[in-house]
Design a binder for this molecule. Structure first.
Ligand SMILES: [Zn+2]
Length: 415
C-alpha cells in the first residue's frame, strides 16, 4: 500500500536560465525572510537530501506527518518541514503564486510557489513531534517563537557558493563517491559532538561488517553549548588521519539544524542518510535527544517500528565504555563486569574536566582530540583563522600540524 522511498533524488535547484530570469524578476515579487532552520531546510530540499519533498509542506502533508509520520501520499516522513510567516507578513502576500525567499542578511535564496497559508496548532505539534509541551525543550521553544502561521508550496533554489570546508554535502556527490569506491554497504554516522573512543568503537564495530563509513556531522544550528562545527571538524580530521583506514571512510557535512525531536528525528536522520546513499545507519542511545525527554532506547525502538520501509538498516548500539577488567571498550552486551570497573564520561563531564584544565582519560579520548578540545575550552578559542587551519589540513597537511590550535575561531558556542 505505502510506497518505498524513490531511488531517484528530487533536486530543486534552478537551472541557469531560470536562475537568470528569476534574479531579474525577484525584486518585483513579494518576499519572505527565512530563519536559520528554514534556510538550512531550503538547501536540503534543493540538494535532494529531503527526497521526496519538493517544498515546504502544505497543510495535507503537514497534518498527515503529525498524525502518522507519513506524507499525505503515504510515504514515510517523520518531521514537519515548514516555513513560518508572521501575521503582519500575511497581509502583504498573495493568496498563492511566486514569493522571493531571502536570508536574514538579505541574500536572495530562491522562490516559493506559495500554494496556501495555513494555521498550525502549536501545542499539538509540540506534543506529537517532541513528545512534550515543555517550553524548555529547544524544539518546542523554537516552534513557539515561529508562531502559528505556515506557508506551504514547492520551491526552486538558486545555487550559490557554499563554504562547507570543501567537504561533500550533497547526496549526488556522496552517492557518486560510494559508487566509485565500490562500496556496496555504507554505514552512516550522525553526530553533533566530538568523537570519543566510545563512538569510535561503535563505528569500527559497524565497519567490520560494511564496506565504508560515512561520517556525517550535522553542521547547522545546534544548542549553544554544543561545540562549533569548525572545532568538531578538526577533531574528526585528526581522528581519521591517525586511527581510521583512509580509504574506508568518507567525511561529509549535513547542513541541517538540530531539532532534538528524539525518536522522530532518528527516523528523519536515517531516511536522509539513505538519500545520501547509505545502506546502514548507526542509532545509539538517546539519539537526537536532549534533557531526558525521551527514554534512552525510544529512538531505536521507533526506527525499528518501520522495519524495511525505512530502506536503510538500523544498527542499534548500546552506550560503549572502557572496561578495566576486559581491558577494552565494550558495551553491556559484551562485558559481564560490574559498574565500578567501567569507565565512561558524559559530554557534560568531559567539558567540565576540560574547562578545569584536567586531563581526559586516554582510555576514553584520543590524545589528539583531547588536545584540540582542551585548547578550545581553556583558551576560549580567542584566535582568528580557525577555518584556514581546517582547509590546510584537508589539503593534506601531515597529522599533528594542525594540533597546536593557535588559530581557533572566536568562541561562539562556548558559554
Ligand atoms: Zn568488562
Amino acid at each position: 500500500m505505502f510506497r518505498l522511498f524513490s531511488e531517484e533524488l528530487v533536486n530543486r535547484w534552478m537551472d541557469e536560465r531560470t536562475a537568470r530570469l528569476f534574479q531579474e524578476e525577484a525584486s518585483a515579487l513579494p518576499g519572505l525572510v527565512l530563519n536559520e532552520r528554514e534556510e538550512a531546510d531550503l538547501k536540503l530540499l534543493a540538494n535532494g537530501a529531503y527526497t521526496p519533498l519538493r517544498g515546504f509542506m502544505d497543510q495535507d502533508d503537514y497534518l498527515s506527518v503529525l498524525a502518522r509520520c507519513r506524507l499525505a501520499d503515504g510515504s514515510l516522513w517523520p518531521l514537519p518541514i515548514t516555513m513560518a510567516v508572521t501575521p503582519e507578513r500575511i497581509r502583504e502576500l498573495p493568496r498563492y503564486g511566486p514569493v522571493a525567499l531571502h536570508s536574514k542578511n538579505g541574500e536572495l535564496l530562491g522562490c516559493l510557489f506559495l500554494s496556501r497559508i495555513y494555521k498550525r496548532n502549536l501545542r499539538e505539534e509540540a506534543r506529537l513531534v517532541y513528545g512534550t509541551e515543555d517550553r524548555r525543550h529547544p524544539g518546542v521553544a523554537r516552534l513557539i517563537r515561529e508562531g502559528e502561521y505556515l506557508a506551504g508550496g514547492k520551491v526552486l533554489v538558486l545555487r550559490r557558493p557554499e563554504n562547507y570546508w570543501s567537504l561533500p554535502w550533497e547526496p549526488a556527490e556522496t552517492r557518486k563517491t560510494f559508487k566509485e569506491k565500490g562500496w556496496k554497504k555504507v554505514v552512516g554516522f550522525q553526530t553533533r559532538n566530538p568523537i570519543h573512543r566510545a563512538h569510535e568503537y561503535l563505528q569500527k564495530t559497524a565497519m567490520e561488517m560494511v564496506d565504508g563509513l560515512f561520517l556525517h556531522p550535522l553542521v547547522g544550528a545546534t544548542k549553544e553549548e554544543d561545540l562549533p562545527p569548525e572545532i568538531r571538524l578538526r577533531c574528526y580530521r585528526v581522528l581519521l588521519e591517525n586511527y581510521y583506514p583512509r580509504d574506508r571512510v568518507l567525511l561529509g557535512v549535513f547542513p541541517a539544524a538540530m531539532r532534538y525531536a528524539g525518536p522522530r528525528e532518528a527516523v528523519f536522520h536515517a531516511l536522509v542518510r539513505r538519500n545520501y546513499g547509505c545502506t546502514h545507519m548507526i542509532i545509539g542511545r538517546d539519539h537526537a535527544g536532549t534533557g531526558g525527554y525521551y527514554r534512552p532506547d525510544e529512538a531505536q525502538d521507533f526506527c525499528e517500528k518501520f522495519g524495511d520501509e525505512l530502506g536503510i538498516t538500523i544498527l542499534r548500539f548500546d552506550n560503549a565504555f572502557y572496561c578495566r577488567k576486559c581491558g577494552q571498550m565494550a558495551t553491556a552486551r559484551t562485558c559481564p563486569h560490574p559498574q565500578d570497573s567501567r569507565l565512561s564520561l558524559s559530554g557534560t563531564r568531559i567539558r567540565e574536566l576540560l574547562e578545569k584544565g584536567e586531563e581526559l582519560p586516554a582510555e576514553l579520548t584520543r590524545p589528539e582530540v583531547a588536545e584540540i578540545l582542551r585548547d578550545y575550552y581553556t583558551r576560549g578559542g580567542d584566535h582568528p583563522g580557525g577555518r584556514d587551519v581546517i582547509m590546510e589540513s584537508q589539503a593534506g597537511a601531515p597529522p599533528g600540524r594542525i594540533l597546536p590550535g593557535q588559530e581557533l575561531p572566536r568562541g561562539e558556542g562556548k558559554e
